[in-house]
Design a protein around this ligand. Structure first.
Ligand SMILES: *Cc1c(COP(=O)(O)O)cnc(C)c1O
Length: 364
């Protein structure tokens, strides 16, 4: 008897492994492995989720009209150019499936977000990974690596897990030099955390060109990772494609209500951004003071470099026993590093204390 088989390339994909949530045998654990916001779910979104419970038997508004209006009003964007999805991963998958495919390459930076690789291979594309310089995407090398078959380029800005940020002018130059029939996907999952003034999340480039799309998420600063809500802002031709292929009811009644309420929460983004601007540098400095290299970058996480995979693994194990769950990033080609989310002030303190103790013990 023969068994059903998928396309052979599907079995080359390693399943995405999310950050662990708890450590067996440890009383209290701190999850700093998935870059979820430091402050949980906005209170108004919690209230909205309770209130919407009785509406759960109704199909959601497939067009997510009220949510798109709210997103547009919040960021001053045209709601007609916004598409919502079950997390931004949902939209990234559809972009890969629609623009990639057999004989249609997609391109990413070597240490870019792994979802582009998974979704690209799923689509049947060749996924071109371009080496980085000092964990920064090498935009010139990416241009040089473009082939006639290249159909889309995916850049996370800032990137997860490196934190690398591309300035607005570098991104615009890259777009100008990139062949016009290649879709540029700017994944700005961490945009709200960036405080540098040479940054733009991508909406200006979307408006200035017809071949660039920006994706955003409610999973990070808005604290709704478990609810699954993301969106994109793109040109009409790409939105038309997304509307043809997306699941009709991908964004649940709960996600739409929670998203609208989260946007209305007074001062929420400001609080998250200010906390991060204070604690990201403090966390990085504390880790460096322990004698561990930290790569410079943006986002609500830091990338600590232990030099070898073995040493990073030891540090990870040591921290786990203290209940501190960090993220190994071997699947991103960085087995010598650990990614650490900027948590609350207390959590940052525990990380600094733990790593300092680890280094002291290792030195003997
Ligand atoms: C967290 C993250 C996302 C968000 O994914 P969702 O599906 O919206 O939860 C997208 N891109 C990057 C680079 C991320 O780190």
């Amino acid at each position: 008897m023969t068994s059903p088989t998928p396309r052979p390339e599907i079995l080359t994909i390693s399943p995405y492994v999310g950050g662990e949530a708890s450590v067996p045998g440890v009383n209290r654990s701190y999850k700093l492995s998935s870059n979820e916001g430091a402050f949980g779910v906005p209170p108004m979104a919690q209230q909205a989720l309770r209130e919407v419970a009785a509406e759960g038997f109704r199909y959601p508004d497939g067009g997510a009209d009220r949510l798109r209006e709210a997103i547009g009003a919040y960021w001053n964007l045209d709601p007609a150019k916004i598409v919502c999805g079950a997390g931004s991963d949902d939209i990234l998958y559809h972009l890969c499936l629609a623009y990639g495919g057999p004989g249609r390459d997609i391109m990413m930076s070597a240490h870019g977000f792994t979802i582009y690789h998974i979704a690209g291979v799923y689509a049947g594309s060749e996924v071109i990974k371009v080496p980085e310089v000092n964990l920064q995407p090498d935009l010139n090398a990416m241009l040089a690596a473009v082939t006639p078959a290249t159909k889309a380029v995916f850049l996370a800005n800032p990137n997860n897990p490196t934190g690398a940020m591309i300035t607005e002018s570098d991104m615009a130059e890259f777009r100008k030099a990139l062949r016009s029939d290649i879709l540029l996907v700017i994944d700005s999952a961490y945009a709200e955390y960036v405080t540098r003034d040479d940054y733009n999340a991508g909406e200006r480039l979307v408006d200035a060109t017809g071949n660039t799309i920006m994706t955003r998420t409610f999973s990070k600063i808005f604290g709704l990772g478990g609810i699954r809500l993301g969106w994109s802002y793109g040109p009409p031709a790409v939105n038309d494609v997304l509307h043809r292929v997306r699941a009709a009811f991908s964004v649940s009644v709960a996600a739409q209500a929670a998203g609208i309420a989260a946007l209305a929460e007074p001062g929420w983004v400001e609080k998250g951004r200010e906390h991060n601007a204070l604690w990201r540098p403090k966390l990085a400095a504390g880790i460096e003071a322990a004698g561990i290299k930290v790569w410079p970058g943006e986002g609500n996480f830091v990338l600590a470099d232990f030099g070898t995979a073995e040493f990073a693994g030891k540090a990870d194990q040591y921290m786990r026993l203290r209940g501190l769950i960090l993220r190994r990033v071997g699947s991103y080609g960085l087995p010598q590093c650990l990614r650490i989310t900027v948590g609350t002030a207390d959590e940052c303190g525990l990380v600094i204390e733990g790593l300092a103790e680890f280094m002291k013990q290792t030195r003997g």
